[in-house]
Ligand binder design. Structure first.
Ligand code: FES
Length: 650
């Protein structure tokens, strides 16, 4: 996306920045309500606007982050404790758009357009109350959605029946909404006569597409809610949306309750193959996860769950099958076939959700057994089908999905990367939770051993292990300073003393295996009590990255593109978004490109799910992707093995 007027801010693509948001809002009648505080951590280079949007913080906008509407006003200051005198001019560049929007006093006070501020350092961000009830909402990485939700409400005041006007209650209602061809089901007919009479024929029709799903007494048009779910194998995220304004009201996440059946899709599929009752249990676990999140977001936003009429679910093909109680076995064995690319829309109650009794659940379609609805949702959110530039989309995880577009043709494939990125199969591996080392910087010229390795730890607590982004950083840094050779072998102790004396005594042995110590709890700690990177961990990462880079290399070849032709690499998913672009380039996980072309895309599956709820056009766009994208199966390609071996080295 063009960010007019602002030179890309300088950053080296490593680490994290903390943004402390203070969000002001107004109550219905215009009275001020106390501001809310939210802290978010994002990779450097993400715009303040995107960081807010990923985290469900609404900032005024009608242009979707393109720098043209001049509405996304925020006040930037250094974080408290860093001499917060409000003067940020030197640190946050002023663009020509800022100059047109703000007075010089306002600029001096730190006012900027949020979509043009790249967060390259810790910042405090004040968000003024929304001035408009936007007719367009922004989601994904700056995509704008014109609000046209499938869910509509129409308030009507009808004439009572008389002996000379004996139209049925339903005809009376549908005549008043004559721009739609409404159909009504039994649920509505059972309630219609009573509600009409009790409410003096002043009612609100609840409509999804052209189906009349309920009639409510009085005017309830202001209460139109829906929930977007990103149903991940590990983590599930739910966002409650006001579809009338496009505003996210609450967002929350939890672990998928299917975890006890296995950490990845293959173990869960195997579990259903070994015991026929397991499918029912997995389905119930998925439903319970969604139900818990639904009630949490409703509680948080003070919304009656009975006024949530629609949900959209973006999940991979296995998660979708399991949530719907469809036997996933064919997804797990060659030739990897889905029961259907487009699951039917079902009642949310069939998933175990207690929302409006006729609330519907829309599931995203899948391109293949291993390029599922979550990726289709991500492609929708990032506009993969609408950009003329060559772009590469990588969702890094146990199964890695890759999409490449040259502006004309879109190819997709899947690469089995294994569990390394989620901390599995790594000796000191752990999920990205408190105590996980997520950022590592190594300075071979540091004076003391203590300063030679700098660690960023989630929760700023004592390090307990290494999560995926920390693993990638560790390997990339050791390759950079020469302690890992290009074949992925830790160099000998002698070589280490020459190359990086300050780091040499971090090389140790545990049993027969060589390790590099990242964190030693006390000076006396034995290597096995430390947090370390082992030689075998490096091998695991090599296999994972070779699987992924083989995927995109073969797709590039198929479209006749070179590395340098790729204008943007989108790293998606909860892991990809937190990966350091510089480290990803260094280990060859992504093509060799300037780090500024590598963009953390955030939870794009969840963003796509929101879009589908806010716009019928976008929902149709997701279905159209099934026709537009060609799925490439890599495993039967004769050149796969050669390419894989080539990609193993750093
Ligand atoms: S100018 Fe429109 S979102 Fe920033």
């Amino acid at each position: 996306m063009e960010r007019p007027g602002a030179e890309p801010a300088i950053h080296d693509g490593t680490g994290r920045v903390d943004l402390a948001f203070t969000v002001h809002s107004k109550a219905e009648g215009g009275a001020d309500v106390p501001p809310t505080e939210r802290g978010v951590r994002v990779p450097p280079g993400v715009t303040v606007f995107d960081a807010a949007s990923w985290n469900g913080i609404a900032i005024d906008s009608t242009c979707g982050g393109h720098g043209t509407c001049h509405k996304c006003k925020v006040r930037i200051s250094p974080p408290s404790g860093e001499g917060a005198d409000g003067r940020v001019g030197a640190q946050v560049p002023i663009t020509r758009h800022d100059v047109r929007t703000f007075t010089s006093d306002q600029l001096a006070q730190g006012w900027r357009l949020g979509c043009l501020v790249q967060a390259t350092r810790n910042l405090a961000v004040e968000v003024p109350p929304l001035t408009t009830r936007p007719k367009a909402a922004t989601v994904g990485i700056g995509r704008q959605v014109i609000l046209r939700p499938a869910l509509q409400k129409r308030y009507v005041e009808l004439a009572e029946a008389t002996l000379s006007d004996q139209r049925t209650d339903l005809v009376r209602l549908t005549d008043a909404i004559d721009d739609l061809e409404l159909t009504a089901d039994l649920h509505v007919l059972r309630r219609l006569s009573t509600v009409l009479r009790e409410a003096d024929f002043k009612v609100t029709a609840v409509i999804i597409d052209e189906a009349l799903v309920d009639v409510e007494p009085g005017d309830t048009t202001g209460a139109r809610y829906a929930i977007a779910f990103d149903l991940g194998t590990t983590t599930v995220v739910g966002t409650l949306l006001d579809v009338g304004t496009g505003t996210p009201l609450a967002v929350t996440s939890s672990l998928n309750k299917q975890q006890p059946f296995g950490g990845d899709v293959i173990t869960r599929i195997s579990a259903t193959m070994m015991d026929k009752d397991t499918l029912g249990r997995l389905q119930a676990a998925a439903g319970a996860t969604l139900a818990e999140l639904a009630s949490q977001v409703c509680r948080e936003a003070g919304v009656d769950p009975a006024q949530v009429y629609e949900v959209a679910v973006a999940g991979n093909a296995t998660m979708t099958a399991l949530a719907l109680g469809i036997d996933p076995e064919p997804l797990g064995v060659a030739p990897f076939v889905m029961s259907s690319a487009q699951p039917p829309t079902v009642l949310a109650s069939e998933l175990g959700l207690t929302l409006h009794p006729r609330a519907r659940a829309f599931f995203f379609p899948a391109l293949g057994a291993y390029v599922g609805g979550d990726i289709v949702a991500g492609m929708l959110a990032t506009g993969m089908d609408r950009d003329k530039r060559a772009r590469l989309f990588i969702d890094v995880g146990t199964n890695c999905e890759i999409v490449l577009s040259d502006g004309e043709t879109i190819l997709s494939t899947a690469a089995p990367a294994g569990p390394a990125f989620e901390g599995g199969a790594i000796r000191c591996g752990m999920r990205a939770a408190d105590g996980a080392i997520e950022v590592i910087k190594v300075d071979p010229h540091a004076l003391g051993n203590d300063q030679a390795v700098t660690l960023g730890v989630i929760g700023d607590v004592e390090p307990r292990g290494l999560c995926g982004s920390g693993l990638v950083d560790a390997v990339a840094e050791l390759v950079r300073v020469g302690l890992l050779d290009s074949s992925g072998r830790l160099v000998t102790d002698e070589a280490a003393k020459e190359i990086a004396p300050a780091l040499a005594d971090r090389l140790a042995k545990i049993g027969e295996e060589r390790v590099f110590i990242l964190h030693r709890p006390t000076a006396e700690s034995e290597p096995a009590e430390c947090v370390y990177l082992s030689q075998r961990d490096v091998r695991e990462l090599q296999f994972a990255k070779a699987a992924i880079s083989t995927g995109w290399t073969l797709l590039l070849e198929q479209l006749g593109l070179e590395h340098g032709d790729v204008q943007q690499v989108l790293l998606a998913g909860s892991f990809g978004s937190y990966l350091s672009p510089a480290s990803a380039v260094r280990i060859g996980l992504v093509p060799k490109l300037p780090v500024l072309r590598i963009v953390a895309a955030g939870n794009v599956a969840g963003e796509g799910a929101k879009m589908a709820l806010l716009s019928v056009r976008e929902r149709a766009g997701a279905l159209a992707l099934l026709e537009e994208v060609t799925y490439v199966e890599l495993s039967d390609r004769p050149d796969f093995n050669d390419s894989f071996v080539e990609q193993l080295s750093f």
